[in-house]
Design a protein around this ligand. Structure first.
Ligand SMILES: Nc1ncnc2c1ncn2[C@@H]1O[C@H](COP(=O)(O)OP(=O)(O)OP(=O)(O)O)[C@@H](O)[C@H]1O
Ligand SMILES: [Mg+2]
Length: 450
């Protein structure tokens, strides 16, 4: 059942209960009112009869006077007067007011009171003709109560209809928003980040719509970045292959060629007379093999740090530093690693931070000193820092490029945060990452938003 129907049913039930209670109260009040009215009408009737028969001695035509008295009660709402002869035969009687809007029979049956008859014995000379009987009749009072009841019920019914209509229309906008949001969520779930929801309407509704739109915009941004990173990754892989091919060709190729030459020369040597020459040629071959090994190692470092990380973080970082030191003479890199390893996953993250930060420093900052550090703190966090004394970030560098974006995403996916900025002392750049260590990660995972 929809929320709107549920609410309407609940309100309708409350109103119906109030209506029934109201009817009960009206009924008890009407019973009391009919009783009071009958008693009051009888009192007035008695006084009227008394006033008319008070000056009995002055009555010229007592019978006519009594008939006039009975006629006086014609059109009375609650009382009927009867003139009864002493022989018990009715001489005259008054008529009740005929109601213009009579109550239905069932309503009459509900409130009907037994008629009350009051027999009034008259003083002489009236007593000669008989006596007066006053009889109550509640029909007219019940008709009045019925008219009040109809007005009250109609007013209450109008009130209930207005309340229900108001609730129905007030819920229209939020319900439409929820419907739109469900459709939009479905599309977002299917990978379409274009849907946006109109953020007009009641405050809560517009806040919800705005937050949804912000979330979808952020997802679209991440998706866009992801695509860019993937295409960049493909390009980088292609460039890496070209680089490796060039390295193989330029570095390893000549060495293998030289080795081949040395082997051919050795084969043609006179082995008995030129021992020293042979030894020097073997030395040359051995140094060529050493050079090949070192090239293969540095290529491996670029291709698969995991291979190097198998030998330890220290070893991998040393390789990285050696790789760049060879290509940037005069640069000094200071390394401080608090532990041999921070866990397999974190070691790779640390290595990648060092790799990108060191590459950035050398590519963009031209520093003479780069300091790289990784250490744990007492709060259970790993702090990684790379500082250089190069030219620093220009103001136009406020937007991260793909390198720093990739680094930030890697760190955030490990639950950490990244700060990149110029160093306080006005020299170079500092890259600082703070990532929860595995034992601390467990504690953070238990944090539940209420
Ligand atoms: N250590 C640094 N010294 C000076 N400028 C830096 C340093 N690190 C980053 N920058 C600036 O920040 C920009 C963004 O760096 P980022 O690594 O994201 O991209 P990139 O190095 O230009 O390209 P790539 O995607 O290949 O890494 C750089 O272009 C550079 O201008
Ligand atoms: Mg970079």
């Amino acid at each position: 059942m929809s929320l709107r129907v549920r609410l309407l049913i609940s309100i309708a039930l409350v109103l119906a209960f109030t209506l029934i209670l109201g009817c009960g109260l009206i009924y008890w009040d009407a019973l009391a009112k009919v009783d009071t009215e009958m008693t009051a009408a009888l009192a007035v009737g008695l006084r009227t009869v008394q006033n008319a028969t008070d000056d009995a001695e002055e009555a010229v035509n007592p019978l006519r006077q009594l008939e006039l008295l009975v006629e006086d009660f014609n059109g009375n709402r609650h009382l009927r007067a009867f003139l009864m002869g002493n022989d018990g035969i009715e001489i005259d009687k008054s008529t009740l007011l005929i109601p213009s809007d009579p109550a239905p029979e069932w309503f009459n049956d509900l409130l009907q009171r037994e008629p009350e008859d009051v027999h009034i014995f008259l003083p002489p000379p009236f007593a000669r003709y008989g006596s007066i009987i006053l009889s109550t009749d509640s029909h007219n009072e019940i008709d009045e109560v019925w008219n009040d009841f109809v007005i009250t019920i109609l007013t209450l019914a109008l009130f209930c209809t207005l309340v229900l209509a108001l609730v129905y229309f007030s819920l229209g906008a939020p319900m439409r928003l929820l419907d739109n949001m469900a459709t939009a969520f479905k599309r977002v779930g299917d990978g379409d980040y274009r849907p946006r929801i109109r953020d007009k309407g009641p405050r809560e509704v517009s806040i919800l719509a705005r937050r949804f739109n912000e979330m979808v915009a952020r997802l679209a941004e991440i998706e866009h970045l992801n695509r860019r990173l993937q295409s960049q990754l493909a390009t980088v892989q292609e460039e890496e292959r070209v680089d490796l091919a060039r390295d193989l060709h330029d570095e390893i190729g000549p060495l293998l060629f030289a080795l081949n030459m040395d082997v051919s020369t050795l084969r043609l040597q006179d082995w008995t007379h030129s021992r020293e020459r042979i030894i020097s040629q073997l030395d040359a071959m051995s140094s060529a093999i050493g050079a090949i090994q070192s090239h293969v190692r540095s290529m491996l470092a670029r291709l698969r740090p995991a291979v190097l990380l198998d030998l330890g973080l220290n070893h991998a970082v040393d390789n990285l530093v050696a790789f760049w030191s060879k290509r940037h003479e005069g640069i000094s890199v200071r390394v401080e690693l608090e532990r041999e390893s921070f866990g397999e996953k974190l070691d790779t993250t640390i290595y990648r931070i060092f790799q990108e930060s060191l590459t950035n420093a050398l590519r963009h900052g031209h520093p003479s000193l780069v300091e790289i550090k990784a250490s744990g703190d007492e709060h259970g966090f790993l702090n990684v820092e790379v500082r250089d004394d190069g030219t620093g970030l220009a103001t136009s560098d406020e937007d991260f490029g793909l390198g720093l974006t990739g680094m930030r995403e890697r760190i955030e996916s490990a639950g950490g945060s990244l700060v990149v900025g110029n160093r306080g002392d006005g020299q170079g750049v500092s890259v600082r990452a703070r990532i929860p260590l595995p034992d601390c990660e467990e504690a953070l995972a238990k944090e539940v938003v209420p």
